[in-house]
Ligand binder design. Sequence first.
Ligand SMILES: Cc1cc2nc3c(=O)[nH]c(=O)nc-3n(C[C@H](O)[C@H](O)[C@H](O)COP(=O)(O)OP(=O)(O)OC[C@H]3O[C@@H](n4cnc5c(N)ncnc54)[C@H](O)[C@@H]3O)c2cc1C
Length: 484
Amino acid sequence: MKDYDVIVIGSGMGGLSCAGILASRGLRVLVLEKNPNPGGYLTSFKRKGFIFDSAVDCFSGMDEKGAIKYLLKKLEVEDKIEFIKIDPIRESIFPGMRIKTWSDVDVYVESLKELFPTEKNIDGFFRKMEEIYNDINIWAAGILQDGDNKSTFPAVLIKYGSLTYKNLMDNYLYNEKLKSVLSDRCFFLGLPPSKISAISMAVLLMSYFISGAYRPVSGCQRLSDVLVHGIKKKGGSIFLKKEVTKIITENNKAIGVVTSDGTSYTAQHVVSNIDYMQTVSMLGDKYIFESQNILNEFEISPSFFILYVGAKIDLSFLGTSSSIGYFPSYDIEKAFDFTKSFTDNTPVGLTIPTIIDSSMSPQNSHSIAVHELTDYAYSKSWKEAKEKISERILRKVEKIIPNIKKQIIHIEAATPVTLERYTANFKGAAYGWQQLPWLRPIKSRIVNLYLAGHWDGLGGGVIAATYSGFKTAKEILKQSLYKI
Ligand SMILES: Cc1cc2nc3c(=O)[nH]c(=O)nc-3n(C[C@H](O)[C@H](O)[C@H](O)COP(=O)(O)OP(=O)(O)OC[C@H]3O[C@@H](n4cnc5c(N)ncnc54)[C@H](O)[C@@H]3O)c2cc1C
């Protein structure tokens, strides 16, 4: 008999959601995580009393029908964690214009109409976005239902699958500044409007209105820890500081894994929540060409430079804006030219959870994470470039929070190399594959080996990784004795 029914490599959101569903159905599950903490990009760390979320600003999925709510319920740990709904979802600062994306879409649309009175079809644009979101959501809800997913393939995938977000905006809107404002969250997906899939963007923007944008109280680590607690409660095991180095195969079938300390674990099914290229390399030389093949077909998403700042400062002038985008220019396309990262003209995003959650910093102080999207290849030596880049980013932060430099108690930075080292995502990729039109699910060619997370082709982000984990769990349940 095999040691486990299922081994999950990696405890990112995709790994935890897959393990969570399987454990809740009584399967013997083992999660192996290389880091001392679970969560991957969904983690936090503490310095001098400040809690910093390593990466994530916010996510949806906590409303009554939400995917994360569903998982917490299945694991019976719903009461172990609290969430704060963010409102405004985002405040975007453009030259001469500040606009808040309130959680009520009607209020947001009205403010757009006031700012751009000559635009006549803002309502039509949002109706189309909602139609796309609803269609995808019906299909996604099918993944959450027990039994075979009978819900039909989303029609919008056929209708709008090849459309970019720019195409969609151009069909309804004229004003280029308005289009820039509506593209403020392209940085959440890593692609400019001319490249990002219209469907990915519609789902991202509308999910925050319809499902809500949330953060766990006391930081993202809380969610990962609570999910681990729930998995253990349901009989699953999680071993931290256990790096998987090899996937054992027999006749093209995955049968277990080996960890860096030489221990072997066998299982009926193996799920990889880690970077695709690493998964392939763990299969041995025979499969190495798979990496090149896939890289010819799909592109890798960009990475981030992140500055974590703890400061004793009064930020009451920001009201409840805890997520801010600063755009020195309306030229969103140009901001994605990463050869020119970190100039005074490139945008930054600020996440200040302490504006609405005082548990994450000492009194009268704030934890601020500043994100700038960039490419791994931008610098040959990120270590050497770190200080200079931090200085340049701080200059931009000062435009939003004057005099911040004098109030800093703690400061440190993460580069794409840091992200790669910590999560082992190839080149510090923030979202797995680029969400270009026609991104599609990737199937492993090894029997009983599955993918879960942002490398499986469902898309990037916390919620996409969660659904990916559910989808894989469902596939395994279908094949196991534990029929659903
Ligand atoms: C700066 C930044 C900001 C972001 N902001 C948002 C946001 O606001 N909202 C949102 O929805 N998404 C956001 N994202 C994207 C989102 O965080 C990711 O898409 C999602 O969390 C990925 O989850 P995952 O399950 O695919 O895996 P990951 O989080 O990548 O986790 C993989 C896990 O596998 C482990 N691992 C790797 N190799 C091994 C091995 N050999 N053995 C054992 N374990 C291993 C890693 O340590 C890690 O814990 C952001 C990403 C970044 C970088």
